[in-house]
Design a protein around this ligand. Structure first.
Ligand code: ADP
Ligand code: ADP
Length: 234
């Protein structure tokens, strides 16, 4: 079942006296349950591509279909609903520093106006899943990087997304913590069937958990396939 279909997507950023072609005609299909790695050097266009999936950025041309829906044709109410189905985590976690851990996890549920009691109950379940139950009253500043990313993952899962987008989610973490976070993502993929898209510049991340990979280079897809196909060992 196709979850994400990217067809001939281009994105050009037009500046005062220059234009940057960040994406030059990308075609990509991602199926339910895959852990899809998008790897490339800094400036290759990874963030721009993932932002197009999350409607933070509009392609200059081409189409993005998520669960068969063309994002550019959705009304605001439908777009808001789709946004709850596509969650995202980031390199620098993007937690709300003035809120406790549990209130960070509750935040997306406040946005969709879930009753406070239900939100708290769900937030506690999610903190249990990511192994941070004992930190619910802590503030982000009191947590390690790995713990902050666990909070971000719990928050991302709050609205029951079908897709989790990870933008350099382990790039600020040491190798041991990176392994633990990747193991958690894999567990979430297997247990809940969530499709995961991982943007990274680190080959080891892709080799550790991805089922499929696309290599992006200067706005073009250089290669796509299973990890075995793309990184065939001699
Ligand atoms: P990556 O995530 O692979 O590092 P990006 O998608 O962030 O790459 O950037 C791709 C190219 O597009 C870079 O040349 C970058 O400077 C440019 N770019 C990204 N976002 C913008 C923007 N908002 N305005 C202008 N140029 C941008
Ligand atoms: P990442 O580390 O994910 O590639 P960046 O630090 O490159 O992110 O970019 C952070 C933000 O700045 C993004 O919203 C991106 O779209 C924007 N951006 C990136 N490059 C440029 C640029 N050359 N001009 C303007 N905005 C940019």
């Amino acid at each position: 079942e196709t979850m994400i279909q990217i067809k001939d997507v281009t994105k050009t950023f037009v500046g005062k006296d220059n234009a940057v072609e960040a994406l030059k005609g990308i075609n990509l299909e991602i199926h339910r349950g895959e852990i899809y790695g998008i790897i490339g050097m800094s400036g290759a266009g990874k963030s721009t591509l993932v932002r197009c999936l999350n409607f933070l950025e509009r392609p200059s041309s081409g189409t993005v279909l998520v669960e068969g829906k063309d994002l550019s044709t959705l009304r605001d109410s439908e777009l808001r609903k789709m946004r709850t189905r596509i969650a995202m985590i980031f390199q620098h976690f993007n937690l709300l520093m003035q809120r406790t851990v549990i209130d960070n996890v509750c935040f997306p549920m406040e946005i969709i106006k879930m009753p406070k009691k239900d939100a708290l109950e769900r937030a506690r379940e999610l903190l249990d899943i990511v192994g941070l139950s004992e930190k619910e009253k802590a503030y982000p500043a009191q947590l390690s990087g790995g713990q902050k990313q666990r909070v971000a993952i719990a928050r991302a899962l709050a609205t029951n997304p079908q897709i989790l987008l990870c933008d350099e989610a382990t790039s600020a973490l040491d190798p041991t913590t990176t392994k633990a976070i990747l193991a958690l993502l894999k567990e979430i993929n297997e247990k809940y069937g969530i499709t995961i898209v991982i943007i990274t510049h680190e080959m080891t991340v892709v080799q550790e958990i991805c089922t499929h990979v696309a290599i992006i280079d200067e706005g073009n897809l250089a290669e796509t396939g299973t990890v075995g196909e793309v990184f065939q060992r001699p």
